[in-house]
Design a protein around this ligand. Structure first.
Ligand SMILES: [Zn+2]
Length: 272
């Protein structure tokens, strides 16, 4: 069970911001002639397929930062990483032994577990980041030397001034995981469905035994692709059974991961 460690879960509530249908209001009472330019039909929602796929996000989501130069995910080239402490230590992870998970939702992009109580948080460089949700991507979004894991868990933490810490735990197929037993308990949830949980679960024991991680500054990997996100990608994967992986993956859109983005002028650090 050493792999349970995986910090169990972060992520960006933000990551999975639900898309809103935009409706135009029209001034029907106008007597003056107004030329209304029709915009061309565009997908209402971002997604992972066809015209809504990641390469179109910057145009679909005009207010987003998806076209920025410090985006995530990235491919981590281990030969280029710099060994340097990230400033995040195992003792900075404060996950309550018994914490309430408010609900699990299938938002059409991922399966996401939401927290209401602020029982779980990380301290990073003197600031508190509360765990608000965790979700999954299949395959993993970040890759290591070009290799993706079949699944990843993103634990999203947000500070009071809306900055982010996301912990990424790679998942590989192997032995069954007790962590995922709990996760499976509330599945399935179909797209658009939310199930209230309200049950206490223990997270503290799921924190990675091996705290080695990559660190860099990137972005949310879904629109609005906000930059300045502190990414921590743990090197030790969590192991789950093939059946467990399938239970999660079957409920999500196929290939719900954003392709890797250019590193540009950034550096990736390896912290032990
Ligand atoms: Zn994510």
């Amino acid at each position: 069970m050493k792999k349970l460690g995986a910090l169990a879960i972060l992520f960006a509530m933000v990551f999975i911001v639900s898309c809103k249908d935009e409706k135009k209001t029209e001034n029907e009472g106008e007597t003056t002639e107004v030329v209304v330019e029709e915009t061309t039909e565009k997908p209402k929602h971002w997604g992972y397929d066809g015209e809504s796929s990641p390469e179109h996000w910057a145009e679909i989501e005009k207010e987003s930062t998806c076209g920025g130069s410090h985006q995530s995910p990235i491919d981590i080239v281990t030969a280029n990483v710099v060994s340097q402490a990230s400033g995040l230590k195992a003792s900075d992870i404060h996950y309550d032994a018994s914490t309430l998970i408010h609900d699990v939702t299938n938002n059409g992009h991922s399966i996401q577990y939401n927290f209401e109580a602020k029982d779980n948080y990380v301290d990073f460089k003197g600031k508190r980041y509360d765990l608000v949700q965790f979700h999954f991507h299949a395959a993993s979004e970040h890759s290591i030397n070009g290799m993706h894991y079949p699944l990843v868990v993103h634990l999203v933490h947000v500070s009071s001034d809306k900055e982010y810490v996301v912990l990424a735990i790679m998942v590989e197929e192997g032995k069954e995981s007790k962590t995922f037993d709990f996760i499976e308990t509330y599945l399935p949830v179909q797209a658009g469905e939310t199930k209230t949980i309200g049950q206490p679960h223990s997270f503290s024991k799921y924190i990675l035994g091996n705290f080695e991680h990559y660190y860099y500054k990137g972005s949310l990997t879904t629109p609005p692709c906000t930059e300045g996100v502190n990414w921590f990608i743990f090197t030790e994967p969590l192991s789950i059974s093939a059946a467990q992986a399938k239970a999660i993956a079957d409920l999500m859109p196929r290939y719900n991961y954003r392709p890797t983005q250019p590193l540009n002028d950034r550096k990736v650090y390896l912290s032990k």
